[in-house]
Ligand binder design. Structure first.
Ligand SMILES: C=C(O[C@@H]1C=C(C(=O)O)C=C[C@H]1O)C(=O)O
Length: 471
């Protein structure tokens, strides 16, 4: 059923929603069952980051995603349905969970509104099982939020997902929703300023340069003497602050400092958050049109336009960087073809970020309706941009070389709607925030010709850009 939007007081003034919910409740009564109802409505423009800040309770899971370049931001708060699992079939199970939920959702929305209707949010870990027993996130989480506030093209849509059963007091439920809307609409826009770390506090960080460079040398030796052509080695930076990190201010900083990256954050509802600013899209699907990125091969931005252009030129012409890039490109096109898709390789270009630039080739394909987005996510993850080539050998080597749990680092996270539209990114340049502690993650692809000092410098560049944003 579809209802046209009404900006003010929809839930009090519009009798049709009330009547609609009564009918749904009658059905619940007959079937002795419960029903999820997803209600979408347009509200006045509000910053979803601010909604995340003010609406989230510490014990609720949430998800935040922002793509400034596209003018999109989404905050998803608390859950009405959730799956948390570990194991090799996590993508298939996540797909099954979403399909089963959708069978039990009644949608009350206007299809013309962006981000209307039920959306599922999910995040995965790099490996299908975390070895670190107390790692704070499972290897797959998928949830349908209670509240979702999204902005696209200066339009703001609120989606409220509710569970209705025979005992629900519909009048009270609608009043609660109305109160929440009024609260959201009373929020002031979040300050666009960059927050710096207070001078009277300290941030103490720990790195281990020697160990990382030694690993690069060893990986190079392995590449020389085996069929392995690439391993992506990551490093961590452990930071302790004299105060608790401020998640919202840190995210606000990330979006200002990295306006052309995807800004993301997710909370496990137990006090830990995983946040970051990633330039790498795994897949986006819009009306069956898929886009994915081959992103690999890097150079720092120059301090002057001349230096910048020289760095870009060197990057575009470097055999080593082009080889590293082609491994990713070939893997993605091959994996998409295996699914029966016909990938089209778009013109290669540079992805220039505030601190670093990458070789970038977008790839497009049409996705038939019978292929679920999570099949493609599972088929692509992990690409050689974050693992290496060959994939299985590289993943085993990563486990040997890296002494820390990757967890959500370099893994897919994103949203899916009921029509198969989705956006998944790769959670690189990210940090696990736990009160006054943060663990920052970044990596670099090692191929024949890599220089341990340069690879270490690249990882440091990525880590420091992230560290600067944390307050
Ligand atoms: C693995 C990361 O980045 C990847 C490695 C790159 C490289 O080595 O050139 C470039 C982009 C990403 O594919 C990371 O930033 O953590």
């Amino acid at each position: 059923m579809t209802v046209s939007p009404c900006r003010n007081n929809l839930f009090v003034e519009r009798k049709d929603l009330y009547q609609f919910l009564l009918l749904v409740q009658e059905k619940c009564l007959q079937n002795n069952d419960k029903q999820i109802v997803s209600i979408s409505q347009e509200i006045d423009l509000v910053d979803p980051l601010l909604v995340l800040d003010r609406l989230t309770q510490a014990n609720e899971i949430n998800f935040y995603f922002e793509d400034r370049a596209k003018g999109e931001a989404i905050a998803a708060i608390d859950s009405v349905a959730k799956l948390q699992i570990d194991g090799a079939d996590r993508f298939a199970q996540a797909e099954y969970f979403i399909k089963s939920c959708l069978k039990n959702i009644i949608n009350f929305s206007n299809a013309n509104q962006p981000f209307s209707g039920p959306h599922f949010f999910s995040y995965f870990s790099f490996f299908d099982k975390n070895i670190q027993v107390d790692y704070p996130f499972p290897s797959a989480t998928i949830f349908l939020p209670r509240w979702q506030v999204a902005v696209k093209n200066q339009r703001c849509i609120l989606v409220t997902n509710i569970i209705l059963n025979e005992n629900t007091n519909i009048q009270r439920l609608l009043e609660n929703v109305q109160n929440k809307i009024e609260f959201i609409q009373s929020l002031e826009y979040y300050s666009p300023n960059i927050d710096s770390f207070p001078k009277n506090l300290y941030k103490k960080s720990v790195t281990n340069a020697t160990q990382f460079k030694r690993s690069v040398v060893s990986v190079l030796e392995k590449i020389r003497s085996s069929h392995l052509s690439k391993i992506v080695l990551a490093d961590i930076l452990d930071v302790k602050s004299s105060n608790h990190f401020d998640l919202i201010k840190s995210l606000n900083n990330l979006r200002q400092i990295h306006p052309n990256c995807y800004i993301f954050s997710t909370s496990n509802g137990k006090g830990q958050n995983f946040i970051g600013a990633s330039p790498e899209r795994l897949i986006s699907i819009n009306n069956q049109q898929l886009i994915t990125d081959a992103l690999a091969g890097s150079a720092p931005r120059g301090k002057t336009p001349t230096e910048d252009a020289a760095n870009a030129n060197r990057l575009l012409n470097s055999e080593k960087e082009k080889h590293e890039h082609s491994l990713v490109l070939n893997f993605i096109t091959q994996r998409l073809s295996e699914l029966g898709l016909s990938p089209q390789i778009l013109a290669p270009r540079l992805r220039q970020l505030s601190n670093i630039q990458h070789l970038w080739t977008p790839i497009s394909a049409i996705v038939p309706a019978n292929i679920h987005p999570l099949k493609i996510v599972g088929q692509l993850h992990p690409t050689p941009a974050v693992a290496g080539a060959a994939q299985d050998v590289a993943c085993a080597e990563i486990r040997r070389y890296e002494s820390f749990e990757r967890g959500l680092y370099a893994a897919p996270l994103g949203w899916i709607d009921s029509q198969g539209n989705c956006e998944f990114i790769v959670g690189i340049r990210s940090a696990l925030i736990n009160g006054d502690r943060a663990r920052l993650y970044a990596g670099a692809g090692i191929v024949a010709g890599s220089d341990p000092d340069k690879e270490f410098a690249e990882v440091q560049l990525k880590l420091q850009a992230l560290l600067k944003a944390l307050v």
